[in-house]
Design a protein around this ligand. Structure first.
Ligand code: NAD
Length: 355
């Protein structure tokens, strides 16, 4: 098969980690008989420098001509101060999600057995869960307001709204993903307090009847935050609204020890999906051959699985990464004091050799 992939290398370590991921894709292409064509797309700080805007005209259109998008990271201190939205790298991230209709953010958090030491938890080292976060609704996108009151000074409000339709489409994603994994789904809400959560729960219960093969439970968000550090092994797929997902997915990634290892996917109802490491542009180590490319390489595995339906190719990448980690190879971010470390290029090369 032929696939066309948009590459948004971005800023900082973005080009370095995407570079290694592309070489892995090419190795998979050779092994499994696929052809990958790449389209470079300028976005983020580098686009501000080149054309004066972090999200140049036509970015979404160019992405839509591709089968999937691979993003490194955007942003950095150089572009952190402007109040002009066109000159802020984050604007580009919000815009591309919106323009590509990416409403579901998938963040797996799995603890590699070889890196169990990096897990800050004492007991549970058996962690393999996926957080499915709603990405385009809720309080982050609701109407914002600021006004003066007569007796309480200035007041501000952010509206939290969810429609049945929005809840149903993300809920279905949760159930479908659970079917591809361990057939367990936890839906996180705050139904004891929030009306949006009561509607969320009502819709989820209706969907649960359609998926009798998936073991379903409701979990209140405060309890979910607690359970994630008490016993994360109990979770398989966790589906939740935007803000709860933002917070819980960062908590889940912390318990696996390194952000240099964790991939993510943002998908909608139509192609292209967007795949990216969860980390940022790491300006402190950019251009020094120090960045861990594994999160980006595993993002490619997610792309193969969720956008191209190529589970064997995805598994081949994941197995190669596991093998390299089991053999003890470490980049600086995951090495213990005194352990020998390898750079970005070497780590990428080792993974390709294991393919
Ligand atoms: P960061 O993830 O870039 O870095 C946090 C720390 O983790 C740093 O010490 C960094 O060196 C380290 N680190 C990150 N990725 C690594 C990797 N692959 N290998 C080894 N070490 C790694 O987060 P930050 O410092 O808060 O943000 C830096 C910039 O990235 C900011 O401009 C921020 O806005 C941007 N950012 C972009 C995205 C994105 O593009 N999706 C996401 C988060 C942050």
């Amino acid at each position: 098969m032929n696939y066309k992939i948009a590459l948004i290398k971005g800023d900082g370590i973005g080009p370095e980690v995407v570079g290694e991921a592309v070489k892995v894709m090419d190795a998979i292409g050779e092994k499994f008989g696929h052809k990958f064509e790449y389209v470079d797309i300028l976005m983020g700080g580098c686009a501000i420098d080149a054309v004066g805007k972090s999200y140049p005209e036509g970015t979404a259109e160019k992405c839509k001509e591709c089968d999937a998008v691979l993003l490194g990271a955007v942003g950095g201190p150089k572009w952190g101060h402007s109040t002009d939205p066109d000159k802020r790298p984050e604007t580009a991230l919000l815009s591309i999600r919106k323009d590509l209709g990416l409403y579901a953010n998938l963040r797996p958090a799995a603890l590699q057995p070889a890196l169990a030491d990096a897990c800050p938890l004492k007991n549970d080292k058996n962690i393999d869960l996926m957080i499915v976060r709603e990405l385009t609704g809720g309080v982050y996108f609701g109407k914002k307001n600021r006004y003066q009151t007569e007796d309480r000074g200035e007041e501000a409000s952010d509206l939290m709204a969810y429609s049945e339709k929005e809840i149903e489409r993300i809920g279905r994603r949760g159930f479908e993903l659970a079917r591809l994994r361990g057939r367990k789904l936890a839906s996180v809400d705050k139904a004891n307090v929030l009306e949006t959560s009561r509607l969320w729960r009502q819709v989820m219960h209706r969907l649960a009847e359609e998926y009798p093969d998936v073991q379903y439970e409701d979990v209140l968000v405060d309890n979910a935050a607690m359970q994630l550090v008490r016993d994360p092994g109990q979770f398989d797929v966790v589906v939740t609204e935007n803000m709860f997902g933002d917070i819980l997915s960062d908590e889940a990634s912390m318990i696996t020890g390194s952000i240099g290892l964790l991939p993510s996917a943002s998908i909608g109802d139509t192609a292209p999906g967007l795949y990216e490491p969860i980390h940022g542009s790491a300006p402190d180590i950019a251009g020094q051959d120090k960045a861990n490319p594994i999160a980006t390489i595993l993002s490619v595995a997610m792309m193969f699985r969720y956008s191209f339906d190529l589970p064997a190719e995805a598994k081949a990448i994941e197995t190669a990464v596991d093998a390299v980690l089991n053999e003890g190879w470490r980049t600086a971010d995951i090495a213990k004091p005194g352990e020998e470390v390898v750079g970005t290029l070497k780590m990428g090369g080792l993974i390709r050799e294991r393919l």
